[in-house]
Ligand binder design. Structure first.
Ligand code: SAH
Ligand code: SF4
Ligand code: F3S
Length: 449
């Protein structure tokens, strides 16, 4: 269909890197269909919210945005312009038709497994003004029919290799919003990796809700794990760095640990969420490991790659958590030593087993525990960065900074670095002598090669 005038769209992304990747793919499909992106929502013919359901705050934010979008849609209609409002992502999957009931201005609800149908469904709602809810889990791969070429917005490119989760931690919505574990084939991933490199990517960040459970189809129909996938991708010319996220401790096998010792492109950084340091809480969370198993695992990883930087997620105030449990988490943090971490107050999610447990922890207790935990983590992060002072680190520069002539990039340990340079450093790796360190970033000067 030939469009008379270019239509514009506005896309807002909430949640994790998987959503960022999905948004990039939707952007590419919309561009192929003749849409142009606008950052002025009031002028958009199509508004897509790519949503997150992980905590209550994230999900509620969507409804406040939708309220404002309804007013905007009404105002545009008074000027003779129509607006299609689409809700994608994990809130779409979890709430489906409830979304259009709660906010009738929404035209299209589309779950994360149905994005291959996005162009067709937008056209249908535009033509018929019908409200569409599409939350099926199709058997085939969601992006294989979106034949739009890959583009990169940064030298560090996301590449989804695995989706879904079979772990069913009792607090988590992901197994319901993203469905069962599914791994893409080596052939598809290699093709996409080559496209990304051709488009300027230097670093591949392999994504999956449970990425180290990867078991895709490899050569001759044989199933391969994440370590072998990384080895294959490291062989592609132009792939300078590889990372992967997010992993589960139970799926950290010997082959993957060995990959950290053997593959130079695999960066010495690992995000390995532990959630809690209390065995009682870990069991109630259905994490399938205890605190000492996690600490032993870290020791094995460190013996393969002694300088590896570690990161984790933590939940405080899971139902039944006592002061002693919270103390156990602080002990684990002190025993491991994290370079960075994310921490959250437990948020009861509808449909998950933990939401209906008795002994929900009061909000003020959660806040107090979160503060104590974050104080320890922040101190560790500050110390980790301080150890870089006076050293020289290879930095892959990803973008320009706010100051004129300033560039921002990352060390192998994922530390953010600011440095000034003449010319254009974006996409280049340069050695930086670190002159200043802070909790969340380093500064330095470009050193001779
Ligand atoms: N395996 C995925 C999990 C995504 S959720 C990944 O790690 O990327 C990311 C983090 O959100 C989890 O590790 C957990 O710490 C946190 N989280 C999940 N459900 C939560 C809930 N109900 N309340 C608070 N935090 C939660
Ligand atoms: Fe959620 Fe647990 Fe699966 Fe991570 S491993 S996505 S926390 S159920
Ligand atoms: Fe959120 Fe869905 Fe990611 S719930 S964290 S956007 S998988």
């Amino acid at each position: 269909m030939q469009r008379s005038k270019t239509k514009s769209y506005f896309l807002k992304t909430f949640g994790c890197q998987m959503n960022v990747y999905d948004s990039e793919r939707m952007t590419e499909a919309l561009a192929r269909d003749g849409y142009s992106e606008t950052d002025d929502v009031a002028h958009a013919d199509l508004v897509i919210l790519n949503t997150c359901h992980i905590r209550e705050k994230a999900a509620e934010k969507v409804y406040s945005d939708l309220g404002r979008l309804r007013d905007m849609k009404d105002a545009r209609r008074r000027n003779g312009k129509e607006t299609v409002i689409a809700v994608a992502g994990c809130v779409a999957q979890a709430e489906g038709r409830e979304i259009t009931t709660r906010q009738p201005a929404v035209d299209l609800v589309i779950g994360p497994q149905s994005y291959h149908r996005l162009p067709e469904l937008i056209a249908r709602t535009e033509n018929t003004r019908e409200r569409i809810v599409e939350t099926e889990f199709p058997g085939d791969e969601k992006f294989s029919s979106l034949k739009a070429p890959r583009r990169v917005s940064s030298p560090s490119a996301f590449l989804t290799v695995q989706e879904g989760c079979d772990k069913f931690c009792t607090f988590c919505v992901v197994p319901y919003t993203r469905g069962a574990e599914f791994s893409r084939s080596l052939a598809k991933i290699e093709t996409e990796a080559r496209e990304l490199v051709a488009a300027g990517a230097k670093e591949l960040v392999l994504l999956g809700q449970n990425v180290n459970a990867y078991h895709g189809e490899g050569p001759a129909g044989r199933s391969i794990g994440l370590a072998e996938l990384i080895r294959r991708l490291a062989d592609i010319d132009g792939v300078e760095r590889i990372r992967y996220t997010t992993s589960h401790p139970r799926d950290m096998d010997d082959d993957l640990i060995a990959a950290h010792a053997d593959i130079p492109q695999l960066m010495p950084f690992l995000h390995l969420p532990v959630q809690s340091g209390s065995d009682r809480m870990l069991a109630a969370m259905n994490r399938k490991h205890n605190a000492s198993e996690y600490i032993d695992l870290i020791a094995r990883i460190r013996s393969a790659r002694p300088d590896i930087a570690l990161s984790s997620d933590f939940i405080v105030g899971f139902p039944g958590e006592t002061d002693a449990d919270a103390e156990d988490t602080l002990s684990l943090i002190r025993a491991v030593g994290f370079a960075q971490a994310f921490s959250f107050k437990y948020s009861p999610r509808p449909g998950t087993p933990a939401a209906t447990l008795d002994a929900q922890v009061p909000e003020d207790v959660k806040s107090e525990r979160l503060q104590r935990l974050q104080a320890v983590l922040e101190e560790q992060q500050t110390d980790f960065n301080a150890r870089s002072l006076g050293g020289v680190v290879p930095v892959l520069f990803e973008r320009r900074g706010r100051q004129p002539g300033e560039f921002v990039g990352r060390t192998p340990y994922l530390q953010l670095v600011h440095a000034a340079a003449e010319g254009d450093l974006v996409g280049r790796t340069a050695n930086v002598a670190v002159t200043e360190t802070r909790r969340v970033s380093l500064s330095g000067v470009i050193a001779a090669a």
